[in-house]
Design a protein around this ligand. Structure first.
Ligand SMILES: [Zn+2]
Length: 335
């Protein structure tokens, strides 16, 4: 018996060691979406800040997304967060999931996987409900993780959970008086953030994709209402710069915006016009960097081929507001 107990203790010890080893090399969940089209282009739409039960022009934006989605034969949709206003979902049975998502994005072209990140408003509800596979059973296009990677061959897209970075949601007395946040799975915050930054950095370092795009809810650079997010500028931006990320895509500011950072060349793309839009709240910005600021509703499309990323912003009527083509000479890069 004694030997048996000892052996069990050794086994338990080994198991604990394995657990810690696993935890220290934890990787972000990874999904694959390989384009099957002959031309090998990958097409997707990006919308953010939308869930208002169809109001504030959400349904109009959804309608135009359906038209553009069909024209481009999109592979998937990216949502930059603030999926359900004002306070996320109350649980997996919250009817808002149908009223703001299932019954709104009904166009055939939009019945592709939606890669959702969480916004600050989502954290005011039951966060785990949005992450639950039960929602995917209700509507198979729904997919929401805190942070993950989408490997689409030509491009790797890194989804980063940005809300826990923002200090004021944890400490600002006014913020906490008005709202309560569900930090289940995030605390202790420091460990959560350092682990996440480490995972994003190592995934970017290892990435062999020709294009690297990072998606988060909060702005890094924006002339809009919320402006830059200082915590992300300090903690996440250096990782993007060090790993030659091509673009950072976000919502949070309820507008459509395109900034090219003079220093790093990174494209900062805000697609936060899924429903209610801000008006007349634009900060001055270097005009050389600010390529578009649309103070209204709309969305964005992205088409990626081997050497090109084509970005188009559309307003609530589906009118093209701004196009941009980012080119990369892959032959030069490969030498
Ligand atoms: Zn937000």
């Amino acid at each position: 018996m004694g030997w048996c107990l000892k052996q069990r203790m050794v086994l338990l010890g080994a198991f604990v060691t394995w657990l810690f080893a696993t935890a220290s090399v934890a990787e972000l969940a990874r999904f694959k979406e390989y384009p099957s089209k002959a031309q090998k282009s990958l097409n997707f739409l990006v919308v953010g800040d939308w869930g208002r039960k169809g109001t504030h022009n959400q349904s109009f934006v959804a309608h135009q997304m359906g038209i553009v989605g069909e024209k481009l034969d999109i592979d998937f949709v990216i949502s930059t967060g603030d999926n359900f206003y004002d306070d996320g979902l109350t649980g997996v049975d919250d009817p808002a999931f149908y009223q703001s998502f299932v019954d709104i994005y009904t166009a055939p072209s939009l019945q592709k996987t939606w890669y959702n990140v969480l916004g600050n408003h989502d954290y005011r509800g039951d966060v785990e409900a949005q992450l639950s596979p039960i929602l995917r059973e209700k509507d198979s296009k729904w997919l929401c993780l805190r942070s993950s990677i989408l490997d689409a061959e030509i491009v790797e897209i890194f989804f980063v959970d940005t809300t826990p970075f923002v200090e004021k949601y944890f400490t600002d007395p006014e913020e906490l008086q008005d709202h309560s946040y569900d930090w289940t799975g995030v605390l202790p915050r420091e460990a959560y953030l350092s682990e996440l930054l480490k995972d994003v950095d190592s995934a970017l370092v290892q990435s062999k994709a020709e294009w690297k795009i990072v998606v988060g809810h909060h702005t890094i650079k924006s002339a809009g209402h919320h402006g830059n997010t200082q915590e992300l500028e300090e903690l996440l931006l250096p990782i993007l710069e060090a790993n030659n990320v091509d673009a950072y895509i976000n919502g949070h500011d309820h507008c459509l915006e395109h900034i090219i950072d003079n220093k790093s060349g990174i494209h900062f793309l805000t697609s936060g016009g899924g429903s209610k839009a801000w008006r007349g709240d634009v900060k001055p910005w270097n005009q050389e960097e600010l390529k578009l600021y649309h103070d209204g509703q709309g969305f964005m499309s992205v088409q990626i081929t081997n050497g090109n990323v084509d970005i188009i912003f559309y307003d609530v009527f589906g009118k093209v507001l701004h196009t941009w083509s980012i080119s990369k000479d892959l032959n030069v890069a490969a030498i």
